[in-house]
Design a protein around this ligand. Structure first.
Ligand code: FES
Ligand SMILES: [Fe+2]
Length: 435
């Protein structure tokens, strides 16, 4: 089993130069910026549309509403998934309003035109009354590029975009061991948050804020940037790897292990007391123990994971707006999308995916215990309920930052070296909006 190596803060092959473009405030609140992003960015990427497991039978669909666009992804008779714009070809009525469902045919509520799962028009009222003859079999819903990877359905409005696995590179190869396809989405929260979508991107593109905003993580995630691996890929995606099950190198090592590291060890039959004064040895001991005990406990996914993946946090920010945080026994999707009309709001979604383990009933997630079962989408009014403990901390700052960026006192970001991914993100965005 391979062991990931940590090569310091930067990996030379994946540390591209940046130009130092100014990160101006207007990009976070200007309607003109928002329009340029719609015109030049959102039509040229792969969008994460939904989970494949939601589509059990032919005709089952999920819908992704993005700004003012709406896309249906429908299970086909041959098992594949196709995506169509959610607009009737007759006079443009939106066809489907629920975000999940299933039907042998989709019937438009305006004049009753019916569409088969493969997008073909199969029934119209008064078919003989059309000048060119019966349109059935001739008219089709407008189709988009659609592919699956990682248990997710992805679509693109760009007919010429690179194939999905190429566009995602190098993630598919790096993440193959986790068995993502088998995982179950046990948490799906969505919230309209009063900040621009890029503020949330910036936050996930740096770990500089961890000691101040999430100090409680330091007892079991090593947030010392000098012991963290950062990689920025030609595709625009990037990766940060932090050692888990190990206290932060920023801290003086405690004599007594602090929570939750004691519980993490106990859960794998290691005596936390034996690690008092030796906290930095816990990580490797846990890797060995998970390797030894995992199969008998039904943790099948451990077999294909590296030793490092058994303890560490592999945090990916995909260009431009999806974060995937792989932890040893589950992963989070953290996505921010622009609000349909207001540049100072965004739609934040938090999904938590967990592998099936025999006997699993309730599981711990970022919002607490939930049943181990596919989650319904839970739309939260901002500030009324949790979006996840750590995410709540991030959002509280994001909302305040949105206000601060309007000030005459802000004249562009002053970034540390470990925040370089933010600089690169904005330069990629600048390039897209100019192209
Ligand atoms: S707009 Fe759909 S049938 Fe008329
Ligand atoms: Fe954070």
């Amino acid at each position: 089993m391979g062991v990931e190596t940590f090569m310091g803060a930067r990996v030379a092959d994946f540390d591209p130069p940046v130009r130092g473009d100014a990160i101006t405030a207007d990009r976070y609140y200007s309607a003109a910026w928002m329009q340029r992003e719609w015109d030049r960015l959102w039509g040229r990427i792969w969008h994460l549309g939904g989970v494949v497991s939601a589509l059990e039978e032919t005709g089952d669909y999920v819908v992704h509403n993005f700004m003012r666009e709406s896309v249906m992804m429908i299970r086909q008779a041959d098992g594949s998934v196709k995506a169509f714009y959610n607009a009737c070809k007759h006079r443009g009525n939106r066809l489907v309003w629920s975000e999940m469902g299933g039907a042998d045919v989709i019937t438009c509520s305006y004049h009753g035109w019916q569409w088969a799962p493969d997008g073909e028009l199969v029934h119209v009222q008064d078919a003989e009354d059309f000048p060119g003859g019966n349109p059935c079999g001739k008219v089709r819903l407008k189709e988009l590029r659609c592919e699956t990877w990682g248990g997710f359905i992805w679509y693109s409005m760009d007919p010429d975009i690179a194939p999905l696995v190429e566009w995602l590179a190098p993630l598919p190869g790096q993440l193959i061991g986790y068995g993502m396809e088998a995982m179950v989405r046990v948490l799906h929260v969505s919230c309209d948050v009063p900040c621009n979508w890029k503020i949330i991107r910036d936050n996930f593109n740096e770990s500089y804020h961890l000691p101040t905003l999430h100090p409680e993580l330091a007892t079991f995630i090593d947030d010392d940037y000098t012991d963290t691996s950062f990689e920025m890929y030609p595709s625009g995606h990037n990766r940060m790897v932090q050692k888990g099950c190990q206290p932060s190198g920023r801290l003086d090592l405690p004599d007594v292990l602090e929570a939750p590291l004691d519980d993490l060890l106990g859960a794998w039959e290691l005596d936390p007391i034996a690690f008092h004064g030796r906290a930095r040895e816990a990580r490797l001991a846990l890797q060995r123990q998970k390797r030894a005990l995992g199969p008998a406990r039904g943790f099948k996914h451990h077999d294909s994971m590296t030793d490092s993946q058994l303890t560490d946090y592999y945090h990916y920010t995909l260009w431009p707006n999806v974060t995937i945080t792989m932890s040893p026994d589950g992963f989070q999707i953290l996505r921010s999308e622009p609000h349909p009309t207001d540049p100072e709001r965004c739609i934040f979604e938090h999904w938590y995916m967990m592998p099936p383990v025999p006997g699993r009933s309730d599981v711990i997630t970022p919002v607490g215990m939930v049943p181990f079962a596919p989650a319904e989408k839970d739309t939260v009014v901002y500030g009324t309920r949790s979006l996840g403990y750590v995410a709540d901390q991030d959002m509280s700052i994001a909302v305040g930052q949105q206000q601060g960026l309007h000030s005459h006192g802000y004249d562009g970001a002053h970034l540390s070296g470990q925040e370089k991914r933010i600089q690169r993100f904005h330069e990629l965005l600048d390039d897209f909006l100019k192209a």
